[in-house]
Design a protein around this ligand. Sequence first.
Ligand SMILES: Nc1ncnc2c1ncn2[C@@H]1O[C@H](COP(=O)(O)OP(=O)(O)OP(=O)(O)O)[C@@H](O)[C@H]1O
Length: 245
Amino acid sequence: MLELKDITLRLDDGRAVLDGVSVTLQNRKIYAVTGPNGSGKSSLARIIMGLQQPTAGRILLDGQDITDMDITQRAGLGIGYAFQHPPRFKGIKVRELIKLADGSRNKAGICDMLYSVGLCAQEYLERDADATLSGGEAKRIEIATVLARRLRLAVFDEPEAGIDLWSFQKLADTFREMHGKSDTTIVIISHQERILELADDILLIKEGRLAPVPRDIILTSNNSEANCRCRQSCGKRGEAHVECA
Ligand SMILES: Nc1ncnc2c1ncn2[C@@H]1O[C@H](COP(=O)(O)OP(=O)(O)OP(=O)(O)O)[C@@H](O)[C@H]1O
């Protein structure tokens, strides 16, 4: 359904953040995009959403070239995005925000959406969706609004960031359920093993290039990074090196 053809993003200094990324996303599949910090994952998500223009390459949705469309036009075609750091909205209640995402939802439907991201509806329905929300609360509410929209393509940028373990487990189950029930193609940028496990396909980005690799290799390399004493994505496979210090 979505084709990325040779997507390249160059900065003013000539550095390539993305370098010839080509991939075709299929209908109704879950894709996990993973890779080291700074490898270009969020840049790719922003380019899919129309928040950023690639320096070269084309994007096709069901054969239609959408490269020059802005975020509003792409939203109209059913492409939605949950930000890594979600915005807050002054003067809007959480209930209204979810209703805006999907006007056909009644109160019970809105409560279900909040529950699916691990929030108690009673507590949050009438809360202002402003800066009084914690980072994790705002993140979960934004994910609920994206889930509520019944999109063709939903992109989630690090949904785990700032979310406690219990809620994240619930969220992972919600992605799985949504996958079973809806036609939405889901792209999740994540470093979480749980997300990598539930994905149909894993896209590994390294230094701006796409390198699809077998799942077990990714999990092994993630684990070794977690064990590394310096905790850096340096690719030295978990051993402590002199230069790591
Ligand atoms: N407009 C910009 N100006 C300068 N540098 C940029 C710009 N956009 C992206 N970059 C750089 O490009 C690289 C890729 O950034 P991006 O946010 O896509 O990485 P990421 O893989 O999502 O990282 P993380 O896992 O840390 O979120 C980074 O080194 C970032 O600093």
